[in-house]
Ligand binder design. Structure first.
Ligand code: PMP
Length: 351
């Protein structure tokens, strides 16, 4: 070890799903949207002027913030935007989780939560999902330094109803409760209406999944003006220009085409529902999915082996080598053609 190395920050990073260079891959591993962004978004991209790139972007991100505020019928002072919901969540961890008490989140959940907690030295305690991979709400009724969970959960795709979310929020007036709704547009009911009643509730969403803009990195959250103001203070203490000009313009544009948005979502939900049936015929089972992905296990083939064999065929899915879920695969819902390739391979393979 070189002498200066003792001062290096030791962190164990989050490992994102593989992004293969080859276009030959059937890519069902990172919950991207298989359809392009709304046509207006590409037009707006073409219309971006050099001058708007020469200058710094608007630090307040007003264009996008006000587009989101009118879309969701909230005040502009209730919206905060960031570089993907990862950025928004990381900022929220720093802003709201400053207690000596542990932050609570599910043991099987978005793996970034424990990475941020470690990174920012936030104490945390994982709460085990039950045997059916459901959150146990009573686990979140004890003293804590904050709560965060995805709904639908990842990687299970299981959705908990609004009444369930409200029970957790109403039991926790002393902490900030973050509901990570990255996948809410694929059929769940957002907890957004609850922000009128609970000023300690923060709803985080993203343009990466339902709006086909993972590559642009646009995330946002909605909550009480007090929460948003606190987030902005942390952001301005870190980097005034988190979001680039192109992301601000394209994000606002993406909100304009509701018809395209609904059509795309409906296609994905239809493909998801037929995937549940097709995979069942092939010996798989999964909890009822509410995201743009399925969490499947096979009656005989171990997930680890299937993952490797699919990969050799250039069909990428996600495998988590982690207790309790190491016999499951997370499969993103692709186009019917992509899913057809998966079923075709499996049919032969399982013969
Ligand atoms: N939350 C959950 C539950 C996710 O699965 C993801 C996607 N990796 C994110 C947040 C972050 O997505 P993004 O930063 O692309 O908005």
């Amino acid at each position: 070890m070189k002498p200066w190395m003792k001062n290096l920050r030791q962190v164990e990073p989050y490992v994102p799903g593989e992004q293969p260079k080859s276009l030959d891959v059937t890519k069902l591993n990172t919950n991207e949207n298989p359809y392009p962004p709304a046509p207006g978004v590409l037009k707006a991209l073409g219309a971006i002027r050099a001058d708007s790139l020469r200058r710094y972007p608007d630090p307040a991100c007003e264009e996008l913030v006000s587009a989101l505020a009118s879309y969701y019928h909230v005040g502009a002072d209730q919206v905060f935007v960031g570089v993907g919901s990862d950025d928004v969540l990381a900022m929220a961890f720093q802003t709201f989780f400053n207690s000596e008490l542990p932050v609570l989140f599910p043991d099987i959940s978005y793996a970034f939560y424990s990475v941020w907690a470690e990174m920012f030295s936030i104490p945390y305690e994982k709460q085990p999902l039950d045997e059916a991979f459901r959150l146990v709400k009573e686990d979140y009724f004890k003293p804590n330094g904050g709560i965060v969970f995805p709904n639908p959960n990842a990687p299970t795709s299981i959705f908990e109803p609004l009444s369930f979310v409200e029970e957790i929020v109403s039991h926790n007036p002393e902490s900030v409760v973050i509901v990570d709704e990255a996948y809410i547009d694929f059929g769940g009911e957002s907890a957004l209406p609850l922000i009128e009643k609970y000023d300690n509730l923060l709803i985080v969403q993203t343009f990466s999944k339902s709006r086909s803009l993972a590559g642009m990195r646009i995330g946002f959250c909605i909550g009480s003006p007090e929460l948003i103001q606190a987030l902005n203070s942390v952001k301005y203490s870190f980097n005034s220009y988190t979001m680039n000009e192109t992301a601000l313009v394209l994000g606002a544009e993406a909100l304009k085409d509701e018809t395209y948005f609904r059509e795309t979502l409906n296609k994905i939900v239809d493909t998801r529902e037929s995937a549940v049936r097709r995979l069942k015929e092939l010996g798989f089972s999964c909890p009822a999915p509410m995201g743009n992905f399925l969490f499947v296990t096979h009656e005989t083939i171990p997930a680890r082996k299937l993952f490797a064999d699919l990969r050799r065929e250039n069909i990428f899915v996600r495998y988590f080598d982690q207790p309790r879920i190491d016999n499951y695969l997370r499969i993103t819902v692709g186009t019917p053609e992509e899913m057809g390739r998966l079923y075709g391979f499996l049919k032969n393979y399982l013969k």
